[in-house]
Design a protein. Structure first.
Lengths: 456, 328
């Protein structure tokens, strides 16, 4: 009996050893991006030559429900096709992690389980566009329209200029202010006059002090102005040699915020926190919010609350500095067996006049279509009444959209921006001093991106 | 030789041996354990000697780097703090803060519930209720706490209303409050479980011992320390060690409560949260090194707790027996 047991145990041991012996080469080979990528590439032409054979399942990866809403409302899914949404939150890079896993496995996945399309944000789009996991959109016959904003094409193109996707929106951003508070603080609520009083950061700071004196906040989050600065950076977060660098704009934001917190011009809440969005209720004490057109639906629900909101008490102006914020791109995943559908989705949300018009009219978006945007901008009868006082916001956005440039972006942006804000928030809310906050940020970078060299 | 033969034959003749079925039935467990627990464990150790992570979609490594990951792990940062030790200390403090009340309350409750003198009614109800928090997912539980204590939550509003705190107070910017919340949650989630296990342990003790101790004039405290505790010790140590292992691996509660940030100033960041930070980019090398560190620490602490407590209760008993023997 003992002997039998010993043999059994030995057999088990061998089994487990071979089991992990077998696993090791497989697991060490699988993550190697290059091999998986080439596999994906060689496989792609096999599936694409027969456009007639289209898949029955369309898989979309996204990080929130925003585009899903538009998709379900405005896109007619071909008969017999099931659309699967795989939604993971963007916080702490979860969305990217899940997406990366799925993309690395794309070559081995069954046709119906392959990602067909995924959404990407400005902060990390480059990582996917400049890889073999996204597909040239001309390969399935989609042609970028002349009406698209140049920067949206550039953002979705790899270093060789091959375009891998489209955006359904264009995101010039501005200052959205409460009219009643502006009237109290500035003595006027007319957009042109308000703009004249906050058209530089010096003036903006001065107004902040006036607002404070009257018991108001200038902004409701320490990071509210972050994008305005970071979007005007003249150098990327990480240089060609992998060194982390602080752009003067980032330092300017840090200085401004420190000053604002010290003087009580703003709150210590994050951009997405309830404490900030509560300031958009009628009872809110905050004058300015910074955001593009998607900000209305995405962040300003409290302002549109039928009971406690304040629809019509808002106007929009360019503010101290032009910038853009975010944007959602739809990227075609290599290996998709639903290229026809990809093409029709791209067309629907960029050139289909009826849908794009609805995006503006019914959804308060700013479209990625210069012709339709211009039509609204020139229309004297058009005004945004969903939240603004009937002001033609498209006119303001159209002006700002002309200047958007796509430069100085890195694949690290999302986690570096998020990390810097998170670590500095602790300094602003008084739990640590500035040096500690910065030390924590460097530590975070070291953990997240071991390849980035830190300034020492 | 003949002796051997007869023994063999004798065993065969005496009947069928059912012992092998025991082994056969436990095979599935061992196979699963070896494949999915032990093998990955060795793989983790193996991985900790490699540089292997992902930058975006490109994989760096795996390159063999020897003990480089361990060197990085134990090298002090710019202000001279060895981070892994800082996080280990955080974990320990968070665990102790929750475990002390957990064991004290659980012991008290277990004794109340099993006392033949108190004979508490409706035990089933109480046992269910105290066990309840354990049924909620830790993540959901911490979300609940986050919502309750956030800057716009009801607790903040209530305390502000009563004038106990001012408007600038933030539960999540102070070490005491965040650690307190985590400890409270761990306590609430686990004291019920511990109570049930300890009750089972106490009920396994011969009631006659309590009665005779009482008749001999021992008061409740004496009965507890002289009779209950020594006899409960094996179960108590089991509870303590499992709780400690769980504590060292504390992750979900602080992770969800602080959204992975370990606020304030990373003072609520635990070892496994640190490990998780490295997994953002699939840094198996560093994560492996931390895992090995956790494994070693767990082993040492468990051994230490076991040795010290079990030895303590074994010795007096032996002495007692010896004394008894001498008298007799």
């Amino acid at each position: 009996m003992k002997k039998l047991f010993a043999i059994l145990l030995a057999a088990l041991m061998i089994l487990s050893l071979t089991a992990c012996g077998g696993k090791t080469p497989a697991s060490s080979a699988a993550p190697e991006g290059s091999t998986a990528a080439t596999k994906g590439e060689t496989k792609a032409p096999e599936t694409t030559p027969a456009p007639a054979a289209q898949g029955k399942v369309f898989n979309i990866y996204a990080w929130n429900e925003e585009f899903k809403g538009f998709f379900e409302k405005y896109y007619k899914v071909p008969d017999g096709v099931t659309v699967n949404w795989i939604i993971n939150p963007s916080d702490n890079g979860v969305y990217q992690q899940k997406l990366d896993e799925a993309l690395l496995n794309q070559a081995n996945a069954k046709d119906d389980e392959k990602i067909d399309m995924f959404l990407a944000e400005a902060d990390y789009i480059g990582k996917y566009v400049d890889s073999d996991y996204t597909m040239d959109i001309t390969s399935f016959g989609f042609k970028n329209a002349d009406t698209m904003y140049e920067y949206t094409i550039k953002a979705a193109s790899d270093s060789k200029g091959v375009c891998k996707g489209v955006s359904f929106q264009c995101c010039p951003a501005a200052v959205i202010y409460r009219k009643s508070i502006a009237k109290d603080v500035l003595g006027t609520d007319v957009p042109e006059e308000v703009q004249a009083k906050i058209d530089s950061w010096e003036k903006f700071d001065k107004v902040a002090a006036d607002a404070k004196a009257k018991g108001y906040y200038m902004t409701a989050s320490f990071a509210e102005t972050f994008r305005t600065f970071s979007n005007n950076c003249t150098m990327p977060w990480v240089d060609a040699n992998g060194n982390l660098q602080f752009d003067p704009q980032i330092t300017a934001w840090m200085d401004q915020t420190e000053n604002y917190i010290k003087n009580g011009y703003t709150l210590t809440a994050g951009v997405w926190d309830a404490e900030k969005t509560n300031e958009m209720f009628k009872t809110g004490k905050t004058m300015c919010f910074f955001g593009p057109a998607w900000y209305y639906n995405f962040c300003m629900n409290n302002a549109m609350d039928p009971q406690d909101g304040c629809v019509g008490d808002w106007c929009i102006v360019k503010g101290p500095q032009a910038y853009f914020w975010g944007g959602t791109w739809l990227l075609a995943a290599t290996g998709s067996d639903n290229t026809e559908m990809l093409k029709s989705i791209f067309e629907t949300f960029t050139t289909n006049e009826e849908v794009v018009t609805n995006l503006v009219k019914a959804e308060n978006q700013y479209p990625n279509n210069t012709a339709i945007a211009q039509k609204f901008a020139d229309d004297p009868n058009y005004g945004n009444t969903a939240i603004l006082d009937g002001q033609n916001d498209i006119k303001i956005f159209a002006e700002l959209a002309k200047d958007i440039k796509w430069e100085n972006h890195t694949n690290y942006d999302q986690l570096l921006n998020e990390g810097l804000q998170n670590k500095l928030q602790e300094f602003y809310n008084g739990s640590v001093d500035k040096d500690t906050a910065m030390k924590n940020f460097y530590q975070y970078v070291k953990e997240t991106y071991p390849n980035i060299k830190l300034p020492q | 030789m003949t002796k051997n033969d007869t023994a063999k034959n004798g065993r065969r003749k005496n009947g069928v041996s059912y012992a092998k079925w025991g082994y056969i039935f436990i095979i599935p467990f061992f196979v699963v354990y070896l494949c999915f627990t032990l093998a990955p464990q060795f793989l983790t150790i193996y991985n900790s000697f490699f540089e292997s992570y992902r930058v975006g979609l490109t994989q760096v490594g795996p390159n063999f780097v020897g003990i480089e990951n361990y060197k990085t792990l134990f090298s002090p940062d710019s202000s001279g703090v060895i981070l892994v030790l800082k996080y280990a200390l955080n974990t320990f403090v968070l665990w102790i803060l929750g475990a002390v009340p957990q064991f004290v309350i659980a012991l008290l409750l277990a004794i109340f519930f099993t006392s033949y003198r108190l004979n508490i009614k409706g035990q089933g109800f109480f046992k269910t209720v105290i066990y309840m928090p354990n049924l909620i997912m830790a993540a959901a539980f911490s979300m609940l706490f986050y919502t309750l204590f956030s800057r716009v939550g009801p607790i903040q509003a209530l305390l502000e209303h009563w004038g106990w705190i001012d408007a600038s107070f933030d539960f999540f910017s102070k070490q005491v409050t965040v650690r307190g919340m985590i400890a409270l949650m761990n306590f609430l989630m686990w004291f019920g479980n511990t109570t049930i296990v300890l009750m089972a342990g106490i009920m396994g003790i011969d009631q006659a011992l309590f009665e005779s101790a009482t008749i001999d004039g021992a008061n409740a405290v004496q009965v507890f320390f002289r009779v209950t505790m020594p006899l409960l010790m094996p179960i108590f140590v089991y509870c303590l060690i499992t709780a400690m292992i769980g504590g060292i691996q504390m992750f979900d509660v602080p992770q969800v409560l602080t959204n992975g940030k370990g606020v304030p100033n990373e003072m609520t960041r635990t070892l496994v949260m640190y490990l998780n930070g490295y997994l953002t980019n699939k840094n198996y090398g560093m994560a492996g090194a931390i895992s090995v560190f956790i494994f070693v620490v767990t082993g040492i602490l468990s051994g230490f707790v076991y040795k010290s407590l079990v030895a303590q209760y074994k010795d007096p008993q032996r002495k007692h027996r010896e004394r008894k023997g001498n008298v007799l």
